[in-house]
Every structure is written in C-alpha cells, then in structure tokens.
Design a protein around this ligand. Structure first.
Ligand code: NAP
Length: 485
C-alpha cells in the first residue's frame, strides 16, 4: 500500500471536507509495473456527485476577487514545485512513467498555474473605446457557473492543471473527476489545496469512482454549465450527444493521430532525436505523440537506421528504477492494442527494423512493451487508422510534397503534426495546409502553458493554455450604460 505525507486522508473531497462513499464502497488502485495494490479509494456515485455540484453551486454566491484568485494560483504553483519529488513518486507508482518524467509533468502542471496568475489581468473588465448608441460599453468576464473537469490517466496532473488553473482564474467552482486508474496524484493535489490555500468551501471538489454514474450525473445536472473533458474520442462523442438538452458548453480534448513528416533536406539527426523524445514520452501514451512517421524516400534508409539506433538504447522497466526511459503501458488492454497494431502491420507487409512480437501478456500489469520500429507502413494498417498509444514507430515512405500532404491529412483526428525540412519556403507552403491546430516545425514539441492548444474535427474543440485557455470557464457579460436625461 502506498504511504505518503500527502495522504493524511485517502478520500474524496466535497464542500471542504474529506468524504467516503455513502455506502462505504471503494475501488482498487494498483501499480501497473508490478500489480501491487496501492490504495482503496472511495467509489462515489450520483448522490455524492450531486452534493459536490451543490457545493460548487453554493460557492458561486461569493465570487472571489481577482487578487484572491491570483494568490491561489501562485500558491498552487509554489506547492507543486515544492512537492514535485513526492508528487512525482505517487504519479510514477500509479501510472508507471519514469520518476524524472513524472516530476517533469508536475513542473509542467505548475506552469499552468503560474501562467494563469501572470496573465490574470486578461479577465479584468474592459470598457470599449467606442460609445455606440450613446452608451458606455463594458465587457465583464464572469464565472461561467459550476464546472466539471474530467481527466484521463496519461497525464494525471498535467491535464487537470490545464483545466483547474483556468477554472480558478475564472472564479468558477469545480467538480473534478480523475481517471479511476490514476486518482492518487489528484488526491495528493487536493491535500495541497487544503493545506496551502484558503479556498472557500465548494470551490474545488473531488469525486472519485466509476465514470458511468458520475459522468451521467455531471452531464445531466443543469447546474454544471461547462464540462471540460480530456479523453477518448468515443467518450467525447457521447458527451456531445448527452449535453444537447442542456446546451451545456463542452471543452473536448480528444484523441490524436499525429503525422511526423521528414523531408530528405531535413537535419536527420535532429529529426531522429526529436522523434525519440516525442514518441517515447509516457511510453508513447500521449495524445500528441506521433502515430505515423512519413519519410521522403531518399532519406528512408538513413532515417530508419538513426531512429532504430536511438530507440535500441532506451531502457524499459519500473519507472522508479534508475536509468529507466520507458515504464510499462497502463494495462493489458493498452498492451494488446499495441501488439495488435504491430502484428497487423507485419501481416500486411511492414518490415521489422527494431523489436519483435513480445507475445501475449498473461496478467493485467507489467505491460512492458519494447521500443519497436517498422518500415513499409501504410494507410490500410490499423497503426495508421487508429491511435496506437504505445512505443511503436511505423515508418511510411512518400515521394513528394503532394503525397506527403495527402498522407498526413488522411485522418479524421486533428490535433498535432510535425514537419522537418531544411527548406523554409517548403514549410511556409505546407504548414497552412496541414489540418492540425498544432504543427511543430523542426521540433517534436507538444503543448506548453504559454500557448493555446486544442483539437479540431474528431480531436475535439476548445483551447487550453495561453490567453485563449483563460476564457474557457468565463461567460462574457456586456453592459451598455446609458445616460439618463
Ligand atoms: P477515457 O477512457 O475516455 O477516459 C477519460 C476520463 O473520462 C476518465 O476520467 C474516465 O473515467 C472518464 N470517463 C469515461 N467514460 C465516461 C463517461 N461516459 N462520462 C464521463 N466521463 C467518462 O480516456 P483515457 O483512456 O483515460 O485517456 C486516453 C485518451 O485521452 C486518448 O485517446 C488520448 O489521446 C486522449 N487525450 C487527449 C488529450 C488532448 O489534449 N487532446 C490529452 C491527453 C489524452 P474512468 O477512468 O473512471 O473510466
């Protein structure tokens, strides 16, 4: 069982108090590296979710001043940085990613609170220079209402930080529902919120438990005005359908299928380094990691060799062990998917460059999938059509720009893309035609707190990070003021 100074309580948090499920039920959280039981966490249901929403709604009655919100955001930034080693340890134990990477995620999360504090004046009311209709016009950014924040397991604290920083910035009280696979890092964050901040009761609530009943309760509750969700496209689509009656505002950060284009005129060593950093973070379980690597034919042999050389050096193992680069996949179903994609690619003519079928997994933990590289991938393969979410690098050749563009855009998902070329004019030509809101130009970098990030098409909508992200949880209210007499 996990033991931590950040767990004086292993409970959910509603209206400023730690709570159990009404019926006392719990669910198990285990370590994906070795299956060890880490904790029993309360399995709340619709009734407790209703209480959390009521607490959030009640907190709306006293909207916090901008200066108060800035103080909260700064305090969370500091608390996360001060506790990054312990938060990172908890994150590694429940997720599997290497401890150094987990601490990097904690710093990434802190960055969203720091950025929101720094740019909070964006939400100050503004008075228009124009005075149409003889009125003075002021635009206010009010809290949108009580909001729900639903987050996935792949970045347990990073994904929540994007949402919670913006909801606190807006003064919108939140009900947080973390993934049942990785609730512990979020629970530790709530300990810090309670310990280090003076949040009013109900401003931040944590409901843990099965997604179905909690999700339905949040979706069906008219008091929740914004539901911000990061997760799979299938669940996002269900949320769109379920939110229609209420006209609830949704922010949806869904799956990705990022192409990584390498032209023969690119610096191939740099491109290979960036590919490794991009593809193997979180063992390939990130929405922005590349799924399809498109390489101009004359560069294919050299690039495949450079990638394979680098990937072969990566150490796979328990994320708490020294020198490990890749932890286990989250569970057996994640492992089965990567293995299915690999076998399907080989079956359909792809050629292994690095790695071989690691065989079926007998149990639901220890899903250590080795870095794997194949050549000859193409649009008919599962690894092309679906998000693999694992350390499989499928290399596909292209002949010219037109073919590269066609292949890159051959997906319903629109999140991130990467383009490597030594020709600036080519990049300027191609970037506007790549159907992805995030395009790394000679970099495999994903999002950062300072810049807006989000999807299009079946990768969802809404933005997190940057000034745009600060507007996700506000309602604009416009007040024209007349001059009587
Ligand atoms: P998921 O199965 O869709 O779950 C995401 C969250 O939603 C979890 O908290 C889950 O709870 C909850 N959930 C599941 N069904 C729900 C429902 N019917 N109503 C309300 N909530 C529900 O996704 P995941 O497997 O955790 O995450 C991986 C996916 O997230 C990938 O597709 C990845 O690309 C995507 N992702 C996207 C971004 C982005 O920025 N676009 C970032 C990170 C991840 P339980 O865990 O309790 O089931």
């Amino acid at each position: 069982m996990i033991d931590s100074p950040l767990f004086p309580e292993l409970k959910a948090y509603i209206a400023g108090a730690w709570v159990e499920a009404d019926d006392g039920t719990t669910f198990r959280v285990t370590n994906p590296a070795d299956g060890e039981l880490l904790a029993h966490v309360p399995a709340l249901g619709p009734r407790e979710t209703d209480q959390a929403v009521a607490a959030a709604e009640a907190a709306l009655a006293s909207p916090p001043e901008l200066a108060t919100r800035r103080r909260w955001l700064q305090a969370i930034d500091t608390a996360l940085r001060d506790n990054q080693a312990e938060l990172g340890r908890i994150l590694t134990l429940e997720h599997g990613k290497p401890h150094a990477e987990a601490q990097g995620e904690v710093r990434y999360a802190a960055g969203f609170f720091a950025y929101a504090a720094e740019h909070l004046d964006t939400l100050q009311p503004r008075t228009l220079a124009e005075q149409p209709r003889g009125c003075t016009w002021t635009v206010h950014y009010r809290p949108a209402g009580a909001v729900a924040l639903v987050t996935p397991w792949n970045f347990p604290i990073g994904m929540l930080a994007k949402k919670l920083s913006a909801s606190l910035a807006a003064g919108a009280p939140a009900v947080v529902k973390p993934s049942s696979k990785t609730p512990l890092t979020v629970l530790a964050l709530f300990t810090l919120l309670e310990r280090e901040l003076d949040l009013p009761e109900g401003m931040a609530n944590l409901v843990t438990g099965a997604a179905g009943p909690i999700g339905d309760a949040l979706l069906g509750d008219h008091r929740i005005r914004v539901l911000s969700f990061t997760g799979s496209t299938a669940v996002g689509q269900a949320l769109i359908r379920g939110s229609a009656d209420d006209c609830k505002r949704l922010t949806l950060e869904l799956g990705g299928n990022a192409p990584f284009l390498v032209f023969a005129d690119a610096d191939l060593d740099h491109a290979a380094d960036q590919l490794i950093a991009n593809k193997f973070r979180g063992s390939g379980q990130t929405c922005v990691c590349t799924n399809r690597i498109l390489v101009e034919e004359p560069a294919m042999d050299a690039f495949a060799e450079k990638v394979a050389e680098r990937a072969a050096r990566l150490q796979v193992g328990d994320g708490m062990a020294e020198g490990v680069d890749l932890g286990p996949l989250i569970d057996r179903s994640g492992y089965d998917k990567v293995r299915r994609h690999y076998l399907d690619a080989i079956d359909q003519g792809a050629v292994p460059v690095l790695g071989a079928d690691p065989g079926p997994l007998e149990q639901d933990f220890g899903a250590f999938f080795p870095p794997t590289v194949v050549r000859g991938a193409g649009p008919h393969m599962a690894c092309w059509r679906e998000e693999t979410f694992g350390p499989l690098v499928p290399l596909a050749p292209f002949r010219d720009e037109a073919e590269a563009l066609g292949l890159a855009n051959d997906t319903e998902l629109g999140l991130a893309a990467y383009l490597f070329t030594g020709d600036d004019a080519r990049a300027e030509r191609l970037i506007p035609r790549l159907a992805f809101p995030h395009v790394g130009w000679n970099t495999g970098s994903g999002p950062t707190p300072e810049a807006p990030f989000g999807g299009t098409r079946r990768s969802g909508y809404g933005r997190e990070g940057g000034l745009e992200g600060l507007l996700e949880f506000v309602e604009t209210q416009t007040v024209p003021r007349g001059q009587p007499g």
